[in-house]
Design a protein around this ligand. Structure first.
Ligand code: HEC
Length: 221
């Protein structure tokens, strides 16, 4: 929150990366309109008012860490505060989530073994609990009315997969949910073992062995 607010809703790719967002996570936020491109590598957080301060800040970001605005415009810049909560707040909650993920997510490998049976168990759990929001093997085409009604919208995981995310990060995200979004915490509904089983499936969604692939193709939402 603090950084984007101080910067009049303007944030650079480098800063987003520093907060732990992957290339894909940034791209997704651009596609869903949470981040609006201003210049190459510089974004406006949705909901921030358009101001001259913002344009200067954006120009500074664009110029890289070395660039500076004039003393006078800098002074005006830091006193100014005209932000509405909303998308920015959501974005900030996600940002702080990413930061705590980086610190607290378990580091080790997935304790659930990679077998067809475990993948299938993960697919079944996903079909019961997650497909309603995250879609089926059909990707975007399978987004349910529930998914379409949420803001921010849940990623349709068959197209916007999380295979590249570390196991521990997926486990931690499912366990705790994502504040101020539709992504619930599953801490009370699923055991750790079940969450690791779901993680196993999410990590292998794009490379399922034939037996698991068949079960996955039959999941409906
Ligand atoms: C009620 C809808 C809903 C349900 C049910 C739900 N999610 Fe989510 N989930 C979301 C939303 C919305 C987001 C995106 C939040 C955001 O903007 O970062 C999300 C994000 C995620 C992410 C992070 C994706 C990324 O790109 O980093 C993972 C992983 C995830 N969910 C897994 C699951 C799993 C596994 C289940 C089932 C146990 C599940 N979700 C059930 C709504 C839901």
């Amino acid at each position: 929150m603090a950084l984007a607010t101080r910067q009049h809703g303007v944030i650079s790719t480098a800063e987003l990366r520093r907060f732990g967002l992957t290339e894909k996570a940034i791209r997704w936020r651009v596609e869903t309109g949470i981040l609006q491109p201003l210049f190459v590598g510089v974004f406006l957080v949705a909901g921030s008012p358009r101001t001259w301060e913002q344009r200067i800040t954006a120009a500074i970001r664009w110029g890289g860490d070395g660039a500076v605005a004039s003393y006078k415009s800098a002074a005006a810049l830091w006193r100014f505060d005209g932000f509405e909560p909303g998308p920015l707040e959501i974005w900030a909650a996600q940002t702080s989530l990413r930061a705590s993920l980086a610190r607290e997510a378990p580091q080790g490998p997935n304790p659930v073994e990679l077998t067809d049976a475990n993948l299938i168990a993960g697919i079944q759990l996903y079909g019961e609990r997650c497909a309603i929001c995250h879609g089926t093997a059909k990707g975007q085409a399978s987004a349910s009315p529930v998914a379409k009604g949420l803001y921010p919208q849940p990623p349709q995981l068959a197209t916007e997969g999380v295979e590249d995310d570390p196991d521990g990060v997926l486990f931690w995200t499912i366990l705790h949910g994502i504040r101020l979004t539709g992504m619930p915490s599953w801490a009370n509904a699923l055991s750790d073992q079940q969450i690791w089983t779901l993680t196993l499936f999410l990590k292998h969604m794009d490379k399922l062995p034939p037996a698991a692939q068949q079960v996955w193709q039959n999941v409906r939402n």
